[in-house]
Design a protein around this ligand. Structure first.
Ligand code: HPA
Ligand SMILES: [Zn+2]
Length: 336
């Protein structure tokens, strides 16, 4: 390993933008298809991997929802989550805030309870056996209507002890945050925190709506924030984190290449930028690969990487005391 990848591997990190369905590796996908006797269009893992070439977000989403079809039983959700948590241990992710998409599963007749119990048991085991802490955030699919989101929210009310917040993902263009203003208002009333994907493929106006209408405490992606000076000033002043996902942006052609990624400009402007993997099984890398790719493309210094790692804890839902502990461990690693 190069000096830089060693350094990144050793940095204690939190992950704040990770779709659990996006960690479904082709090998596990095949194994679950077999276990659940689900026919696949693809003859082999290699053939499936060939299909992982995307021109935009929608291209990816079509394959991602198709992949999720092999998840049927509680054990499937457990195995999926556990495999990701083992990756966390390997990559020194000590805290992770995970998205799941209940509508992807309930629309296929899978019970909400099946999904959340499988995920939650793995998170509990990771806490007990691996010392990894976590939070769970439920995302609404923005291509579906408001009524469907309200239904998902209704089901989440029974699991308030397991779900800390709600988010918004799927096809961004044409599905602005304003479409879900009332659902998010109800979610906040019920005590959920809010986040939203915004400014990935969509315009900067969607970032503004996420902040003003959905009252988000973080923006997922937020690349477009660089296009509005006044908004950027506000994000800096309020230290609203951006959960940036470099390899995702590259794979979905949100940026033409990583050399033109806005991460360093956003960081230098004082935004609370973090690095995350989004859907690592589909985009060619987990968190360390994301740190390495963006560090190489933008010539980030070790001090920049330390700041990104610190931001990952500052932007998390951990308590101030827990954050302090992790910030100290980043500091002591970075002083070496
Ligand atoms: O990056 C993403 N954007 C929108 N929806 C998603 N669902 C999984 N990943 C993504
Ligand atoms: Zn995402």
């Amino acid at each position: 390993m190069s000096d830089l990848s060693n350094f990144i591997a050793g940095l204690p990190k939190a992950e704040l933008h990770l779709h659990i369905e996006g960690t479904l590796e082709p090998e596990l996908l095949f194994k679950l298809a077999q276990r659940n006797q689900i026919p696949l269009k693809y003859q082999s893992v290699d053939e499936l991997k060939q299909a992982y070439r995307f021109s935009n977000l929608q291209d990816f989403l079509n394959i991602y929802y198709e992949g999720a079809n092999v998840l049927r039983e509680e054990q499937d959700f457990y195995d999926l989550t556990w495999a990701y948590l083992l990756k966390c241990r390997e990559q020194h992710v000590v805290h992770t805030e995970i998205f799941f998409d209940p509508q992807t599963h309930t629309s296929r007749g899978i019970l909400f309870a099946t999904v959340i119990n499988g995920i939650n048991h793995a998170l509990q085991d990771a806490h007990d056996k691996l010392g990894i802490s976590s939070r769970l955030i439920m995302c609404f699919l923005r291509h579906l209507d408001e009524a469907s989101a309200f239904q998902a929210l209704e089901q989440a009310l029974d699991y308030k002890d397991l779900i800390v917040g709600v988010g918004l993902d799927s096809s961004e263009k044409g599905n602005p945050p304003s479409k879900f203003e009332r659902v998010f208002a109800k979610a906040r009333e019920e005590g959920f925190l809010t986040v939203a994907h915004a400014g990935e493929e969509g315009p900067v106006e969607y970032v503004r709506e996420a902040v003003d209408l959905l009252k988000v405490f973080r923006i997922d992606h937020g690349n477009a924030s660089i296009n509005d000076e006044q908004l950027a000033v506000e994000l800096v002043r309020r230290q609203i984190p951006l959960t940036v996902c470099p390899l995702s942006n590259l794979a979905l052609k949100v940026v033409p290449d990583l050399e033109n990624h806005p991460l360093k400009k956003l960081l230098d402007r004082g935004l609370l930028v973090t690095v995350n993997s989004d859907d690592p099984a589909y985009f060619g890398g987990y968190i360390n690969e994301n740190y390495l790719a963006i560090a190489e493309a933008l010539s980030l210094s070790k001090a920049d990487l330390c700041l990104l790692a610190k931001n990952s804890f500052r932007g998390s839902l951990l308590t101030a005391k827990e954050q302090e502990k992790h910030l100290n461990s980043v500091d002591s690693f970075c002083r070496q």
